[in-house]
Design a protein around this ligand. Structure first.
Ligand code: COA
Length: 187
């Protein structure tokens, strides 16, 4: 691994090109882990990535892990506009470059997003594709629980994929069992 120091910080608009390139690389690597096809993301161009970095709701943010000057990991928090839902942040777009996996890069990145979420929302939710045991184990280690399964939430080519719903309830950390799924799905 590159010996340059690791830094975690919120992305700035100037990071949009690196954000776009890393996200598209992640989707190409595992299209069934992400909620948008690489071609759509590429076609949307930089304005989409700049607007995600800016956010449209209070607390929306994208965090990055930088190895030296290189963006090597990203994770975002979005938030509904609706008054009855805006207490929930949604974790999205979690991706760490292969060379950075297995160390503390992903954990440091996600802990920054979690602390950010704690300051803005009551609950942090997310999704993990059934059949992604590494990500699932990672979220368990960070303290997420699982509240069920969304059936056929993604369709990649002609194949459907289910996703488990991740939950971190800041007021009730043990509201959901960490390692068990409510639906009994096999991780
Ligand atoms: C998910 C991700 C951020 C995790 O970061 P990471 O640095 O790889 O995490 P770790 O190496 O600490 O692995 C997490 C756990 O999975 C375990 N693991 C590693 N490879 C595994 C595998 N092939 N199968 C099952 N578990 C595995 C690790 O031992 C570790 O377990 P522990 O927490 O009990 O020690 C990173 O792998 C990634 O970006 N993957 C591709 C994109 C992705 O899956 N995004 C998530 C979308 S929801």
């Amino acid at each position: 691994m590159n010996a340059a120091p690791l830094a975690i910080r919120r992305l700035a608009v100037a990071d949009a090109p690196a954000f776009r390139d890393l996200r598209i690389a992640g989707i190409v690597e595992n299209p069934h882990y992400f909620g948008a096809p690489a071609a759509e993301e590429a076609a949307a161009g930089l304005p989409l990535f700049e607007s995600r970095i800016r956010g449209s709701q209070p607390g929306e943010a994208v965090f990055g892990a930088f190895r030296g000057a290189a963006l090597v990991g990203v994770a975002g928090m979005s938030r509904p506009a609706s008054g009855t839902m805006k207490h929930r942040g949604n974790l999205w777009g979690v991706y760490v470059a292969p060379a950075e996996r297995g160390g503390d890069t992903a954990e440091r990145l996600l802990r920054a997003v979690i602390e950010h979420a704690r300051a803005h929302v009551d609950v942090l939710t997310g999704h993990v594709t059934v059949g992604n045991p590494r990500a699932r184990a990672f979220y368990v280690r960070l303290g997420f629980g699982f509240s069920g399964v969304e059936h056929k939430i993604l369709k990649v080519g002609d194949r459907y994929h289910d996703q488990e719903i991740l939950v971190m309830d800041f007021a009730a950390p043990s509201a959901y069992l960490a390692a068990e799924s409510a639906s009994g799905v096999q991780p």
